[in-house]
Design a protein around this ligand. Structure first.
Ligand code: HEC
Length: 161
């Protein structure tokens, strides 16, 4: 776990200036090591829902913000996410979070943040972001509750009250 955190920090600092500028991609620093893509299974991928256990029927999202959940999500994000993500529309290592709940379905966000690897290999938009960011978002080992709280925080950030 400790090792993993160091790696995360290293990745974050090493790529901080690379992200958002396609021109800077140095040879050998790209993410897509040969053999990591799984093209064979992309055909059954649903780009709206993503891939994973979450879908419209097992996610409950009220129109109104759940304030305690959003607050808990903000705390969790501060520990596990904001080293790479700003809450504005500005890119850091990964894309800024502003508007993400409008760009993506709730189930897509939940599936991606709990288990990013398989989706990075299959999602066309994630592939495009990967080209810009040069970093694969690491699995942050979120449990379901943390993920759902962070989603609520993202909704708050996008103006849900
Ligand atoms: C080491 C840096 C890093 C950390 C830490 C990180 N991310 Fe990411 N994130 C990325 C990158 C890079 C992308 C772009 C997709 C890719 O290349 O994997 C991304 C993409 C995303 C996206 C898709 C955004 C969009 O506009 O489509 C979401 C949502 C997201 N991350 C949420 C999270 C959450 C929640 C956490 C914390 C639990 C987190 N990230 C932690 C680097 C990171």
């Amino acid at each position: 776990m400790f090792k993993f955190k160091i790696l995360t920090a290293l990745l974050a600092s090493a790529f901080i200036f690379a992200c958002g500028n396609k021109q800077t991609s140095a040879p050998g620093t790209t993410e897509n090591a040969p053999g990591t893509t799984t093209e064979a299974s992309t055909s059954d991928y649903d780009p709206k829902r993503g891939e994973g256990k979450f879908n419209e029927s097992n996610l409950t999202i009220d129109a109104a913000l759940n304030v305690p959940m959003a607050d808990a999500g903000e705390k969790a994000a501060g520990v596990k996410c904001t080293s790479c993500h700003k809450v504005t529309d500005e890119r850091l290592v990964g894309p800024g979070w502003k508007g993400v709940t409008q760009r993506r379905a709730a189930s897509w966000i939940m599936n991606f943040i709990t288990n990013p690897e398989p989706m990075i290999d299959k999602d066309p938009e994630l592939q495009a972001q990967l080209e810009l960011c040069l970093v694969r978002m690491p699995n942050q080992s979120l449990n379901e509750e943390e993920a759902r709280n962070i989603l609520e925080y993202m909704r708050k950030n996008d103006g849900v009250k």
